[in-house]
Write a protein that binds this ligand. Structure first.
Ligand code: ZN
Length: 500
């Protein structure tokens, strides 16, 4: 990271020097460098750190930093909310966490967290998330959205400037998170669309982290309107976070939808993040990933994400459940829908009743082999798409990160621990173009997640989604401990607004 290299005060550079010296000596002599020599060298190199006091020290942890591929026992010194030392020898701090036997990783960054309330932040923190961002739906107006959370959140928060909330406001739709009537039933007039575009632009002026789009929720959104939003993103040099127009194998399905996104990115130069590729692609997800890889190889900036579950969730009152949903979802039926409020599986009758009322429903539509393939694919970041409302919702809101580490890394070996952490930290930080996040390096923000790789596990289920993950004893946000010995620290609100 060029940003840190320029002003790296000491530890990391010295560790690199030391390793270089050791490697050079080994290469020259062709013999094992003696333990004594190494110890002497370490002592010598560590001298300037001696006696320094840090605000907080994380001692003896297995530090895992995907950006530098560091995987070794280190001591981390934190000062002023930043990482100030990464050392092979002990550091002195006003407070110390003994991380012996634990993994110390950069704090997890969730690019897709609809839940932006105190309730949701608690579950995110217990799942190891230090930054939760609402990028797909986004917010609008953006300024007031940030103001409501400033100084009150245990973890970092942020949002894109959302097209959906802009459209709901301009067209007077009665939906809450997602449109359900006026914005669904008809197209916007040219005047209305001009207002929508202006609102989205104002949201960017107010710090929005990009443009959020949910094309599938707007059956009358034209291809020209989508292209206009891409042009705005390109002009303003911000990425779009997109729930594509269609999903599933049946045409017009996910292939057409991804072609629209790739074509518009190519035509405008905009950067795009395609959300939840598994629930969109279903059994065509491998082809979608190949398309994204191909587009990237030809210079387009396209990224994607998935959550580690075989069901999605959305509002039963939304356009997703317009006529033909069974086929569009890959050939499912009423019994594959699970009403979040009660956990019951639906029938034709209960479907009709609840659709009028609106509310969250789980859609059991994603094959397990597709989830495993997405976890293993190096292009796919981890993101939850979660939201809890008074304990009801999808377990992904509470368990996404622990589930990847427990089920997909430890139990199924779908990917390595380093790759999993990369998908949770460095990759989303790079998507955000925020080099101070998602890494353990001198000068980086001291957002850290400390977990027990042998025991970390998700506990949330579709029947009981509001259950904290386990095996994540410490979570640190900007140098402040928010989870201590596995418990939330009451009234800790170090979370900062992440904005452009
Ligand atoms: Zn979505």
């Amino acid at each position: 990271m060029a940003l840190f290299r320029g002003r790296a005060p000491f530890a990391e550079d010295r560790i690199r020097q030391e390793e270089t010296i050791i490697q050079a000596a080994q290469a020259r002599g062709g013999i094992q460098f003696s333990v004594m020599m190494r110890a002497a060298l370490l002592g010598l190199m560590a001298l300037p750190l001696y006696g320094q006091t840090f605000d907080l020290v994380i001692a003896n942890g297995r530090v895992l930093d995907p950006a530098s591929n560091l995987d070794a026992v280190r001591h981390i010194g934190i000062r002023g909310g930043k990482i100030a030392a990464i050392s092979t020898t002990a550091l002195g701090g006003r407070a110390t966490i003994d991380a012996t036997g634990l993994v110390v990783a950069p704090g997890f960054i969730d690019l897709h967290s609809h839940g932006q309330t105190p309730e949701n932040y608690r579950f995110k923190a217990r799942d190891g998330v230090t930054t939760a961002l609402e990028m797909e739906v986004g917010a609008n107006p953006v300024g007031s959205w940030y103001a409501e959370r400033e100084g009150r959140a245990p973890i970092n928060f942020g949002a894109t400037s959302g097209e959906l909330p802009s459209r709901m406001a301009v067209m007077h739709d009665s939906g809450k998170l997602l449109p359900r009537d006026k914005a669904v039933e008809r197209a916007a007039t040219p005047e209305e669309f001009a207002n929508i575009l202006a609102r989205v632009g104002r949201g960017l002026d107010e710090g929005g982290l990009g443009i959020g789009m949910g094309i599938a929720y707007l059956p009358h959104e034209t291809r020209a309107e989508v292209l206009e939003l891409f042009r705005l993103a390109a002009q303003r040099r911000v990425p779009l976070y997109i729930h594509m127009r269609n999903g599933g194998p049946l045409e017009p399905g996910v292939i057409d939808a991804l072609q629209e996104v790739i074509a518009d990115a190519a035509a405008t130069g905009a950067s795009v993040h395609v959300v939840h590729i598994t629930s969109m692609g279903l059994r065509e997800a491998p082809l979608c990933l190949a398309m994204i890889q191909g587009a990237r190889a030809r210079g387009l900036d396209i990224t994607t994400e998935a959550y580690p579950y075989t069901a999605g969730m959305t509002d039963l009152g939304s356009a997703i459940f317009d006529e033909g949903w069974q086929q569009r979802q890959g050939g499912i039926g009423f019994g594959d829908l699970q009403w979040a409020a009660t956990g019951e599986r639906l029938t034709a009758d209960s479907f009709a009743k609840y659709r009028k009322q609106g509310g969250y429903v789980a859609i059991h539509s994603i094959p397990e082999n597709i989830v495993q393939l997405a976890m293993a694919n190096p292009l796919v970041m981890i993101a939850s798409d979660g939201i809890l409302e008074e304990g009801k919702g999808h377990p992904r809101a509470a368990g996404t990160y622990a589930r990847v580490l427990g089920r997909y890394v430890r139990e199924l070996n779908s990917l390595t621990l380093m790759e999993a952490v990369r998908k949770m930290t460095q990759m989303p930080a790079d998507r955000l173009a925020m080099p101070a996040k998602g890494r353990i390096a001198n000068g980086a923000d001291a957002d850290l997640t400390i977990f027990d790789a042998a025991h970390v596990t998700d506990r949330a289920t579709f029947e009981s989604p509001a259950r904290y993950s386990e095996g994540i004893p410490y979570v640190i946000v900007g140098g402040t401990v928010v989870v201590n010995r596995g418990e939330l620290v009451p009234n800790a609100t170090p979370g900062r607004a992440v904005r452009r």
